[in-house]
Structures are given as C-alpha cells and as structure tokens.
Design a binder for this molecule. Structure first.
Ligand SMILES: [Zn+2]
Length: 168
C-alpha cells in the first residue's frame, strides 16, 4: 500500500529523516502517519489493500476521512468487507473520497450509496463558491447519512461551503 510516508516508516511506525522532515514542515500530519501505519499493518492480511494509495487522512472529530487515489474507491467497493475491516482497524467511522475528483464525484462518494440529483456551483458576491446538492425525493427520518458531517468534511478538505436540499 502506498501512503504519504515511505514503506519503511509505514511498517515500523518510526519516521526516517526524510519523512520526519515532511512531518516537521507540515506536508504530512500526525493523522497521516497514524493511518498509514495502521493500514499498512492491515494490508499484510488483506493484499487487496496493496493496490490502494492513501494520499491524505483527516481526523474529523472522531471520524476519519481518507483521501485515496483516483480509481481506488471502485476497487475497494468490490468487497464491502474490506471497508468494514478498515473501520475496525482504525476503530472509527471512515469516509472515503478520491484526491483529484470533481466536486460532484466527491459528493457522490460521500453520499454513497445515496444518489445525488444535481450539483450546482453557486458563486457568492465576494467571489467565493458554494456547492449546492439536491437529493432526490424528500428527507425522511430514516435518511442514512449525516449531512452536517458531510458539510464539515467538504469545508475541511476543499474549503467550500455545502448546501444540501431535497427535491421535495
Ligand atoms: Zn520514511
């Protein structure tokens, strides 16, 4: 498995001078290192994970957001068990997105398996942008996804405010 730190560091959990320098300069975070070490350990038991690249990991108040390389999510979703194993290893709920995805693709991954009807970019008078997503149907109490959490993730990962509305 590729991670933000080198294979040696991911295996030992001790940072070599090169990775240590990346850590000190803020290019990688404590969460990146922790998740890289745990997932590398998990990859010894589940070789499917070796085909995955972890780009970044965010700690969002008790839940992790893992940013993977483009195309990795399709591979992981072939085996739903592997995602459960990742959550078990990290002992947290895990949100999975891909690094260079469009805003729409990122939202589809966060809302997965819930479908999104439309995604619009709304430009605010001050030049900043906001994303507006519309979910088909109407919101019921059984709606399975924490929308507030997704809003926080989008803000943290992309620095964009998200507005979510339901079709009805
Ligand atoms: Zn290293």
């Amino acid at each position: 498995m590729k991670t933000p730190i080198c294979a040696f560091c991911a295996k030992t959990g001790i940072l070599c001078p090169k990775c240590e320098a990346k850590f000190r300069s803020g290019h990688i975070s404590k969460t990146d290192v922790e998740v890289a070490v745990r997932l590398t350990k998990l990859a010894e038991k589940f070789p499917e994970l070796d085909k995955i690249t972890l780009i970044r990991a965010f700690d969002m108040g008790g839940e992790y957001v893992l940013v993977l390389k483009g195309g990795d999510l399709v591979k992981l979703r072939r085996d739903i068990q592997i995602i459960k194993k990742i959550e078990a290893e990290l002992q947290r709920k895990v949100w999975l997105i891909e690094g260079e995805a469009s805003d729409r693709k990122m939202l589809e991954d966060l809302f997965h398996p819930v479908r999104i009807l439309t995604v619009n970019i709304v430009w605010l008078p001050d030049g900043s942008k906001m994303i507006k997503a519309i979910i088909p149907g109407k919101k019921t109490e059984k709606f399975p996804i924490n929308i507030d959490r997704i809003k926080k993730i989008v803000k943290e990962v992309r620095g964009i405010d998200l507005l979510v509305e339901f079709e009805h």
